[in-house]
Design a protein around this ligand. Structure first.
Ligand code: GDP
Ligand code: MG
Length: 733
């Protein structure tokens, strides 16, 4: 046989421009058949250096291009469990072939893809050979190779190794991959939020170690160390500048992962890889007939991901989650006669009444403590039970693996708007079902989204949902101006929020967060029973972050707002005298209210409200409304109360706002159109401060937090002006 040599490791004297292509794959996937067809008789057979694993190398040609083909040992994985695996892995790392042909048994795709995932992690220049395609077809499996190529980011060629079909396609793909240096990209495999956070932290440590990062791909090393791969650890020790730092970071990552999942880190990593492989199969393979359903997960998925049943089930689960969160945290008095939110609210009310003796003695200090400090902190803490319960349910759904399915069911529909399946969860948490919710946990829920652009857009549109704080504003205005159509108007506001949010997402995708949506594999991890400890730990951490960061911010802002409405403090006696003189018949209560109103109008906030009227009157808002809306920047909860104060109606709490409602209904400056314009403005404008702060943290950039403020405010203003002016035309005619 020409060129057959038996010495180990002797190349076939290729030309310098030859493409070195290694064949990798599971045993019996057809590697040797493909190798033989590619190389014909130009082969050399030997052993890998130092070990008794046989090695074959040969030459192939396509036009004037020359190839050196290496048949790697068959492996199921690239861990260090067997000699074959170590040989194959070291070859890929040390020799850096220009192309790696990964032969897959198409009739057993899911198991074969496990190796592919690991090759992708190494960012090898891959060409996938969908071999045994005839066997797959005989089993009536339809495989969408083009879609698979798109998902994996590498060429996929259908082959029949035993008959030599598809060999030319393979070589062409190898040339393409080698010449253009096509690689899957290091970020393509995603391990889910928790693991990913640790992988990234460890990657940073490794990347900053010049010794290691010169020799290896930092992210790959990070994953391998988390997998406790001894071989890799040994290699790292040989080249690292600071082994101790890397070891310490790796230990920390492993501990964090094991603490969260209560399972060895290497098992978690392996599971995520299988999840990825399962996702690819579900996306690209259409099984025909009943034989396709194999295990429990598949059986559950055939219901949960069903085209009709899936969405219905999802709607039911989401509705139940939503109802349960509000019932458990806010409505049911199950905790010693009160709801958890009720207890928090009561606590802060008690604090406020405890300091009431101060009111007469030190009015400034009293107002500062009563409205600024206790009111501010209480306003945030009241949400803590809601957020805790919400996070708990979301954590349970996440840990069981259901969230991954939700993404599946809704992905296609939401892609039309530049969002993705998992976006829906964030939007529902933020109030997308119409009855309340909060954008703060909503924005945090975007963590389950893995594609950065989709996540950003979701974050930016999530505050458009009708959160619990906007509802009192609607209720108050609807009672005043649409008393006969309350339910219809609430439904309209709900529908509008979705139209605006989806429209905004579409526009943002088109003009701001540009770029194709990269297709990616949605992992379908096996279903799991969540552990009580894991869920509570997870929930506690997230809630604490909310308390800590949001609490400090809203407290600071509340103090600023309080000061803006309090200062400069004009003398009450003089105002009162002036007022009584001008309106001799006025009742004492009216005088009190009048004094409060005048003081407010001359405060910093009052002047700001007045200064904004030239602009705000385009949408029909007066200075009082402006103050309330400025206050609403901090938290929408303050809008009704501030309007109440501003309309000299004394203290009005959002729950019993009839008096303000009645007042507005009788006010000749007000009409239904103005009310509708205000409702739409409140729906769309500026995410509250806590949400803005959370957007800043979750996006990592102030830029996006400020952008969220700016674009929603402009959009809200444009919509309000439009509604007000068009509506006024109708009203006039
Ligand atoms: P290796 O272990 O990966 O080197 O696999 P082999 O090349 O030795 O192939 C294992 C078996 O599968 C052999 O009997 C081949 O003839 C057969 N085979 C390889 N490719 C195909 C294919 O595309 N279709 C079918 N039906 N059989 C194949
Ligand atoms: Mg073989």
């Amino acid at each position: 046989m020409a060129g057959t040599e038996t010495r180990a490791n002797v190349p076939v004297r290729p030309s310098a421009s030859a493409v070195r292509a290694a064949i990798a794959g599971n045993p019996n996937s057809g590697k040797t058949s493909i190798f033989n067809h590619l190389t014909g008789t130009i082969q050399s057979v030997g052993n890998w250096p130092g070990v008794t694993v046989s090695r074959k190398e040969g030459r192939a040609f396509l036009g004037d291009r020359e190839f050196v083909i290496i048949d790697l040992p068959g492996t199921y994985s690239l861990t260090a469990y067997s000699l074959e695996e170590v040989v194959a892995r070291n070859f890929l790392i040390d020799k850096q072939p220009e192309a790696v042909i990964n032969v897959l048994d198409a009739s057993n795709l899911e198991r074969n893809l496990y190796l592919t995932v690991q090759l992708m992690e190494m960012n090898t220049p891959l060409v996938v050979a969908l071999n045994m395609i005839d066997v797959a077809e005989r089993r009536q499996l339809k495989i969408d190779a083009a879609h698979m190529a798109e998902l994996l980011g590498v060429p996929v060629v259908r082959t029949m190794g035993n008959r030599g079909e598809g060999m030319r396609g393979l070589l062409e793909a190898c040339v393409d991959v080698a010449d253009r240096d096509v690689r899957p990209g290091v970020q393509r495999i995603h391990y889910g939020h928790e693991v990913e956070t640790e992988v990234r932290a460890l990657t940073d440590v490794i990347a900053s170690d010049a010794g290691v990062s010169d020799a290896y791909l930092p992210r790959w090393v990070a994953v391998k160390l988390i997998e406790k791969d001894e071989e890799v650890h040994k290699s790292i020790r040989a080249v690292a500048t600071d082994v101790a730092a890397i070891d310490e970071a790796a230990d920390k990552a492993i501990r964090a992962i094991e603490r969260h999942f209560k399972e060895p880190a290497e098992i978690i990593i392996a599971e995520r890889r299988y999840g990825y492989a399962a996702g690819v199969v579900r996306e690209c393979v259409t099984p025909a007939g009943e034989g396709a359903i194999q295990d429990v997960t598949d059986q559950i998925d055939s219901i949960v991901c069903h085209r009709v049943v899936g969405p219905l089930l999802l709607a039911g689960i989401v509705y139940m989650l939503f109802a349960a969160v509000f019932k458990v945290a806010d409505e049911w008095p199950w905790l010693f006669g009160r709801s958890p939110s009720g207890w928090v609210a009561t606590f802060f009310e008690r604090c406020q009444s405890a300091i009431s003796p101060l009111g007469a003695k030190a009015p400034l200090l009293y107002s500062l403590l009563h409205d600024g400090v206790i009111g501010g902190v209480g306003g945030v803490m009241v949400f803590v039970p809601l957020i805790f319960v919400m996070f708990m349910f979301v954590a349970i759904l996440e840990d069981t693996g259901y969230i991954a399915r939700v993404a599946f069911i809704l992905d296609r529909a939401l892609k039309l708007f530049g969002l993705q399946g998992k976006s829906i969860l964030a939007m529902i948490v933020a109030g997308g079902l119409g009855g309340g919710g909060c954008a703060v946990p909503g924005v945090m829920a975007t963590r389950t989204l893995r594609e950065e652009k989709d996540r950003l857009v979701t974050m930016l549109v999530t505050p458009l949902m009708n959160c619990g704080a906007k509802i009192p504003v609607y209720l108050m205005l609807i009672a005043a101006f649409f008393a006969n159509h309350q339910a219809h108007m609430m439904f309209l506001m709900w529908a509008l929020s979705w139209v605006v949010a989806l429209g905004a997402a579409w526009l943002l995708r088109r003009f701001v967060v540009k770029g194709e949506q990269t297709p990616f594999v949605m992992e379908l991890p096996a279903y799991h029973m969540p552990t009580v400890k894991g869920v509570l730990l997870h929930t506690g951490e997230r809630t604490w972050m909310y308390v800590k960061k949001a609490g400090t911010i809203i407290l600071a802002v509340n103090l600023i707002l309080w000061a803006a409405m309090y200062f400069p403090r004009i003398d009450a006696g003089a105002v009162r005298a002036e007022l009584v003189k001008a309106n001799p018949g006025m009742s004492d209560a009216d005088v009190d209210n009048g004094v409060a109103e005048i003081r407010l109008s001359r405060s910093i906030a009052g002047r700001l409200g007045t200064a904004l009227t030239p602009l705000s009157k385009l949408a029909g808002f007066d200075w009082r409304t402006n103050i309330a809306l400025i206050g609403g920047f901090a938290a929408k909860e303050v809008i009704v109360g501030t309007m109440g104060t501003a309309y000299a109606m004394g203290e009005i709490d959002p729950g019993t706002s009839e008096t303000l409602s009645q007042h507005l209904a009788h006010d000749s400056d007000w009409n239904p159109v103005r009310a509708l314009a205000l409702m739409i403005f409140v729906m769309v404008y500026a995410p509250c401060l806590v949400t803005t702060a959370v957007i800043r943290r979750e996006s990592g950039k102030w830029r996006w937090a400020l952008f969220a403020l700016a674009y929603t405010s402009v959009l809200a203003f444009v919509l309000a002006v439009l509604v007000y002016n068009v509506g006024s035309l109708f009203l006039a005619s």
